[in-house]
Each structure stands twice: as C-alpha cells, then as structure tokens.
Design a protein around this ligand. Structure first.
Ligand code: PLP
Length: 402
C-alpha cells in the first residue's frame, strides 16, 4: 500500500473542494460541454500594466538572485507604509515577512505554533483551506458555526463558548470568503472583550479581501478596535486579490517579533524568499497608483447587485447582501425535497450543485465545502454576461423541478 508512505497528518487532509470543482468544470468543458464557470476565486482583471512593467524592469536590472528570506528591505518598508497609510497601524520592517502568497503565511504561522492537540477556532462558513491546514500541522480545527441570522458572523457568545484551555488560535477572515460578511468596528470590539479574558488565544486576521469592499468606509481591523491585542495578533494579507496578482504569489504577515522570527526561520529552511521578480512587482503595486483598486471594487459591486437581483428572483434561492469579497453565498434550502426531471430528490446542497452542473452546465461550489449547509457559493469575479447567463440557466433548471 503506497498510501502508508504518507504521514498520518497529511493523510487527514483533502484537495481543496473549490479546486476540485474548478477542475471538474474544466474537464466537462474539455469534453465539449457548454459550462458557465461560477467557481473561480480570483480576479478576472489583468495585473495592471505598471506592475507588469516593474517586474520586467527588475528582470532586466538583474534582480534575479536570492533576496533576504523575509523579502527585500524595500518591499518590507512598502508593506509597513501600507499598514500605516491604510490601517493606521505601526509595524517596523523587521516585524514583517513576505511570503509565497497569503496561503503560505497562514500555513507557516500554524506550522510554527500548533502542537498536537492544540485547537484552532475556525468560524464557519470558512475559507476551505483553514481546517485542512490545521490538520496538516497536527492540530484540531474547531468549527464554530456562524448562522445566516447572525450575518454569518461570530458573536461574543459563540466565541466564548468555543474557547477552551487548548485554544491556540482564532482565525478571523473579514471580508469573508465565502460570505462577504465584514465585521464592523463595534462587532470587533465585542469580540475583543471576549478575547481579553483568554490571554492564551492568538488571533490570525486574514485580510486578503480588505479592498474588495462595497461600502464607502475602509474595512475596520481588529487592532483598530482593540490595540491591546497587538502582542498576540498576526495580520495576514497579500497582493493577490487587491491587485489582481494571484499568480505572482506574494503575501505577507506582520506581528510580534517571536512569531515573525520563527516564520523567518521556517521559511529559510523551506522555500527561502518568495520570487525576487514577484517582490519587485508587489513593491510597484503597493507604492504605485492606487486609483484602480476602488475601480475594481466598483466593478465587483455592480456585478454583486446584478447577481443578487437575479438570484433573489429565483423561487427557492435567496442570498444575503455581501459587504465585500467577490462571492454570493446562496441559501438553496428552498430546493431541498424537490425532484429533478430524472426523478432524483434533491437532499443536500451537493445534490443541488450537481443538478445545476449536470442539467444546465452551471458550475458552483456546495456550501458543505465551507462548513455550512444548505448553501452554494457563486463567484462574481467574472463578467456580468456570465453571471446573467448562469442565473438564467439556474432559473430554468429550478422551473423544471417537481
Ligand atoms: N485567504 C482567503 C480567505 C482566500 O480566499 C484566499 C484565496 O482564495 C487566500 C487567503 C490565499 O491568498 P493568496 O493567493 O495570497 O495565497
């Protein structure tokens, strides 16, 4: 049995359900099926020209060698300036590390801290990778359900109930993938009051969707609400979503010196620095013209409004208005118990998603993958025409149900 060669902690994890859904959609398309792909979790814009040109210039200037493990001094300085400018937070460059994407920062942060038996609180619906990353680091993910009636957000009561003496981390993702839920400063203050009673709990804030925000106010950060948590908070962010740079693989983390120091050591013995050319591109992104960031957000807002109107007009489907990120998290509970034209009863969100895929070629991801059912995630990081076509097909498929 070759599987026995693989360590137990790795055998506990599975492929990301969103990549599995994306691969399935791609496979059906290769087979010649007409697929409307509403799975994608990345901006559909090109990386802006000035960023691409900075990368090309870096190659020509010979910036093609190893850099400091934690990233070039210039990039770390630019990240520190970003925290000051956009979040009102003070971080010195030596409290910052650049990583190969935010995902890498989150994984390494768990790897340097989590011991067997340690619990990591993961509010659900969650980004699919958190629980598996915890498992891969030999920890125990503790899923904390956050229901639609609470806006899919953690409340002080649910947080208090979930904390035990083994709790190592709370992961907070605002705006959230998949719901778009974004904590207000008052909600963050209320959560901080609970955290203040449990000094052993570290907090990881995954701020990757910070700038994909539909209101006119900046996304509040936990540390704006509760500066006293600074000594046990690790901020994770990156350029992937804000600057349409998913393929460049640059993320970063900022936090207390012991955590960032351990991240640096682990990175030095694993990946070393993130790509030097991508670092030059990220530097240009963070220090260059920022006007298109709001323009991207405005495009997503128009798509969100169109998608919401169409989905909420389909009997049996409903969707709360997301405050940020680029997804609609759609309640499909109204379709459960209905029967397909082939005589199959829809019993779960997985059945609903399969029905939409097989009958009309619309690819979505089931809410089960994000730890809350019965829902499905629809990406709006695609054209309005694609969103309209997907919704038109879903409406037809719902009409065909008995
Ligand atoms: N965090 C969340 C909530 C995400 O949705 C994603 C990507 O889908 C990431 C982190 C990963 O970002 P990166 O591309 O910087 O690794």
């Amino acid at each position: 049995m070759t599987s026995s060669r693989i360590a137990d902690r790795v055998r506990r994890i599975k492929q990301s359900p969103s990549s599995a859904a994306a691969e399935r959609a791609a496979e059906l398309r290769r087979q010649g099926k007409d697929i409307v792909n509403l799975v994608v979790g990345e901006p559909d814009f090109d990386t802006p020209a000035h960023i691409r040109h900075a990368a090309a210039a870096a190659i020509e200037a010979g910036q093609t060698r190893y850099t400091a493990t934690a990233g070039t001094p210039a990039l770390r300085q630019a990240i520190a300036a970003k925290f000051k400018r956009e979040n009102g937070l003070d971080y010195a460059p030596n409290e910052i590390i650049a990583t190969c994407g935010a995902k890498h920062a989150i994984f390494n942060a768990l790897a340097i801290t989590v011991q067997s038996g340690d619990e990591v609180l993961v509010p659900a619906p969650y980004w699919v990778s958190y629980p598996d990353m915890v498992l891969a680091c030999d920890g125990t993910p503790v899923i904390v359900p956050c229901v639609e009636a609470d806006g899919f957000k953690l409340t002080p009561t649910t947080l208090e109930r979930a904390i035990t003496p083994r709790t190592k981390w709370l992961i907070l993702n605002s705006p959230s993938n998949p719901t778009g839920a974004t904590y207000t400063i008052d909600e963050l203050r209320a959560l901080a009051t609970v955290l203040e009673r449990h000094p052993q709990v570290l907090v990881m804030t995954d701020d990757i969707y910070e700038h994909i925000r539909f209101g006119d106010q900046p996304t509040p950060h936990l540390l704006n609400a509760a500066p006293a948590l600074r000594e046990r908070t690790l901020l994770v962010n990156g350029v992937s979503k804000t600057y349409a740079m998913t393929g460049w693989r640059i993320g970063y983390a900022a936090g207390p010196a012991d955590l960032v120091g351990a991240l640096d050591i682990l990175q030095s013995q694993s990946t070393s620095n993130p790509s030097s050319v991508s670092q030059a591109a990220a530097l240009a992104a963070l220090t260059g013209d920022q006007s298109f960031v709001a323009e991207f957000a405005e495009v997503y807002r128009r798509r969100r409004d169109r998608g919401l109107a169409l989905i909420n007009a389909i009997p049996g489907l409903s969707c709360r208005t997301p405050d940020g990120a680029f997804y609609l998290f759609i309640n499909c509970g109204g379709l459960l118990g209905r029967t397909t034209p082939e005589g199959r009863v829809l019993e779960s969100d997985i059945d609903v998603v399969m029905y939409f895929l097989e009958s009309t070629g619309v690819a979505l991801v089931a809410g089960t993958a994000y730890g809350l059912s019965p829902y499905m995630r629809m990406s709006i990081a695609t054209s309005v025409e694609t969103i309209e076509e997907g919704c038109r097909r879903m409406a037809g498929a719902v009409t065909a149900l008995r």
